[in-house]
Design a protein around this ligand. Structure first.
Ligand code: PAF
Length: 283
């Protein structure tokens, strides 16, 4: 596995592969790799000849009061994991190489509508930062496909909207959420949980399962009541709920009585950690 920090060098290496007719996959990450990331690399490996993984803690997607400085950085361990997963190229640029004119002078990508809901409402500017860095990575690598986890369901919807709206020639592949045995979705932010909080954390998935059951029995017309029940249950377990939303699976707008393709999205704080999860449901 080669490690590259310079965007120009990255371009050159991938260009050579493309000239040989090889199919290239990109797995964008912020590092601190866990099973969820490695599943993306694994899926990439099975669909492409060459796999590029990026590790870049993107300052543009963190709000002023968020955990940018404290975000876990574990490059040596990450490299070993990527090597074992048979990644071909690791791109891990310094902030100054990806944003040479500084963040204030950076052009950015604004995806309207969908970025204003849910996590976008709680974290203003977050999805602008995500869309911008993903667009830069896609432009640098020009992969045939790029892979993202379903755990970040809204992020995936934003990236799909950007790719569609800007006619980007890349296939976006979504990969199922990887969970611990007790149901907790793998996330770098699980590392912020204390032992007591970790024992409570699977409640997030359990409450989504309960909401899905209630939706099957009562239908989406009862959406608000079901959202409130989930929120009350989470709060009773010691979470500080940010939002629970029963939505149309594609638009992420509130589900209507006759909607059949649904997703339940939730974000809640447990101590220092802001956990998110979701559940897709076809009625
Ligand atoms: O999901 C993430 O880790 C990040 O939001 C991404 C897509 C790598 C962009 O920085």
């Amino acid at each position: 596995m080669q490690t590259v920090t310079d965007p120009a060098r990255l371009r050159l290496l991938v260009q050579q592969w493309r000239q040989q007719g090889l199919r290239v996959a990109l797995v964008p990450t912020m590092g601190n790799l866990h099973q969820g990331h490695l599943e993306l690399v694994h899926q990439a490996r099975s669909r492409a000849d060459k796999v590029v993984t990026s590790i870049f803690v993107n300052p543009l997607q963190f709000g002023a009061n968020e955990d940018l400085a404290g975000y876990p950085r574990t490059l040596d361990e990450d490299k070993a994991k990527l090597y074992d997963a048979r990644c071909d190229l690791l791109f891990t640029p310094e902030v100054g190489l990806l944003y040479p004119n500084g963040l204030a002078q950076q052009s950015f990508i604004e995806v309207p509508g969908i970025t204003e809901l849910h996590c976008g409402a709680s974290r203003p500017g977050h999805f602008r930062g995500v869309a911008t860095v993903v667009a830069k990575l896609l432009n640098l690598v020009q992969p045939d496909l790029a892979l993202f986890g379903n755990k970040d369901y809204q992020q995936l919807a934003v990236i799909r909207a950007m790719v569609r709206d800007l006619n980007m020639a890349v296939q976006i592949v979504d990969v199922d959420t990887v969970r611990d045995a007790d149901g907790l979705a793998k996330s770098s932010r699980n590392g912020y949980l204390t032992e007591t909080e970790r024992a409570v954390a699977p409640q997030l998935k359990q409450q989504l399962d309960a909401a899905a059951e209630a939706l099957r029995l009562q239908g989406p017309s009862q959406r608000q009541r079901i959202e409130q029940q989930v929120q009350d249950a989470l709060d009773q377990h010691g979470f500080r709920t940010d939002y629970v939303a029963v939505c149309q699976a594609e638009t992420l707008q509130p589900a209507q009585a006759d909607d059949k393709q649904l997703v339940i999205l939730a974000a809640a704080y447990l101590g220092k950690a802001r956990l998110i999860d979701n559940l897709r449901l076809d009625l």
